[in-house]
Write a protein that binds this ligand. Structure first.
Ligand SMILES: [Cu+2]
Length: 483
């Protein structure tokens, strides 16, 4: 290790205060509605303030997006918190519609989790909200809007309301010289009839063909005109500058409303150290990362191939429309190089450990179905034959009991399914057994099956849903009540 290298701990020392952390912004406390979820909420400045309001994002030369964001930036600057250290949160809403702020991946009470189905507190239009929460568990979490967009692509996760929430671990998982938080997002959504899924394997193709009989045509899908990493199209703004010999820790977040993505850095490999913020049992080197909507990957890269490179999606059209960024070594110049990576299959189980998952107390099959919307209509989504019904009684789970959720995807779409306020432990992925891989979003490919265990950690309403906004909005949700 040379003198310029820092350990993770020393690198972070300047960024975190004893009380937990903070995004900048104004800390108005007068006249706040106070909702203490954990003890009393003190007066005075908040530890963390999020201001929801209009933002202009310069994504490319002469190309500016008007959207809604947090704290005047898209993505909002990374929020650093400390595991187990309570914080007072102030939310201000400068928009004309009520908002829900969801702390994705954290195990916190339902009233502050930010989901309408869980009866969470709402930030009123032109109003504010204050509450306390205790950040946990450690790792790469994130914050985003949880409102339903339905047919309005200017709401919810289509907007710029997203940002990293990094919860400092108590221990020290590795060493690096530079740390980057990179969030992908697409802009200028439009309705299309084109299906933009990955190439199906022969079995998937056969099942899709078989399903086509007696069905209405597929309904609306969403396409995008512009693609960004940290709010910038490829080639716009400053490159990421690195030096030969550095170890760079990349925190990736797919902050898309609807897209599952891949990323590669030609001439380099990613050592995946954490999935959805949770350290994996076996960090592995891979050429191409895959992130379903809302997934995170933490990966270390050894900078040992000097040059100017494109970090981007292998999907040529999307990269040309912006999904990438330039990585530039010191003293190197010239046009950024892109080399198409070998075709690879992303497989969660390579990061797992054997097959040592305990037996569950109960198994819950969750069969995913689709009812085609027909031309000009919206597809509807079902779990065990039912679209979400807000009048239905939530399904009861017991705290501390181990449940095996069997995600059985009977549709040709890949679904990034998410359970609020909990983590899954993967047991079986598309036929391969595994253990020790903890996630809060699991991408279930078309006509495939994944088994994942959950042991509910906290009482209260807990939402399960597909994180593809269009799927969630049109029925792909199920509410649990943990007692
Ligand atoms: Cu879905």
């Amino acid at each position: 290790m040379n003198a310029s290298q820092k350990t993770r701990r020393t690198f972070l020392a300047g960024a975190v205060t004893a009380s937990g952390l903070l995004v900048g912004g104004c800390n108005r406390s007068a006249g706040l509605k106070v909702a203490g979820s954990e003890g009393t909420t003190p007066g005075g400045p908040a530890d963390l303030t999020l201001r929801i309001g209009p933002v202009l994002v310069d994504i490319a030369k002469d190309h500016t997006i008007s959207t809604i964001g947090y704290n005047g930036a898209v993505p909002c600057p990374p929020i650093r918190l400390r595991e187990g250290v309570p914080v007072t949160v102030d939310l201000f809403n400068d928009t004309d519609t009520p908002e829900l702020v969801h702390w994705h991946g954290q195990i916190i009470p339902a009233n502050v989790d930010g989901a309408a189905e869980e009866k969470s507190l709402v930030v009123p239009a032109h109003g504010n909200l204050r509450y306390r929460l205790t950040p946990q568990p450690a790792g790469s979490r994130w914050v985003h809007s949880h409102v339903m967009s339905m047919s309005d692509v200017n709401r919810g996760t289509y907007t710029g309301q997203f940002g990293f929430v990094y919860i400092e671990p108590k221990n020290n998982p590795g060493q690096y010289d530079q740390e980057l938080f990179l969030a992908t997002h697409e802009w200028e959504p439009f309705y299309t009839t084109a299906e933009m899924e990955e190439e199906p394997d022969p079995e998937q193709r056969a099942r899709k063909e078989a399903q086509k009989k007696d069905e209405k045509p597929n309904g609306w899908e969403i396409g995008y005109q512009r693609f960004t990493i940290n709010g910038k199209c490829l080639g716009y703004g400053d490159p990421v500058r690195v030096k030969e010999g550095q170890r760079v820790l990349f925190h990736f977040l797919n902050a898309s409303a609807t897209e599952n993505i891949q990323l590669a850095l030609p001439g380099h490999q990613f050592q995946v150290v954490a999935l959805d913020g949770n350290p994996v049992p076996h960090p592995q080197l891979v050429e191409v990362l895959e992130l379903g909507t809302a997934e995170r990957v933490d990966a270390l890269v050894e900078m040992k191939n000097p040059g100017v490179w494109v970090l981007g999606t292998p999907h040529d059209d999307d990269r040309k429309n912006g999904m990438g960024m330039v990585i530039e070594y010191a003293n190197k110049s010239g046009a950024p190089r892109w080399i198409k990576p070998q075709k690879t299959t992303w497989d969660y189980t390579i990061f797992g450990e054997g097959n040592r998952v305990p037996d569950p107390d109960e198994t819950i099959p969750l069969v995913f179905g689709k009812i085609n919307g027909g031309t000009g209509g919206f597809n509807r989504w079902t779990i065990n034959g039912q679209s979400y019904d807000d009048k239905a009684e939530p399904r009861v789970l017991h705290k501390g009991r181990r449940y095996r959720l069997v995600f059985d995807n009977q549709t040709d779409d890949a679904h990034p399914v998410h359970l609020h306020r909990n983590s899954f432990e993967l047991k079986n992925v598309h036929g391969n057994g595994t253990g020790g891989v903890l996630k809060d979003v699991v991408l279930v490919k078309g006509f495939k099956k994944i088994e994942a265990d959950v042991t509910p950690a906290m009482e209260g309403l807990t939402l399960f849903h597909c994180h593809q906004q269009l799927h969630m909005d049109y029925g792909f949700k199920l509410l649990f009540n943990v007692v």
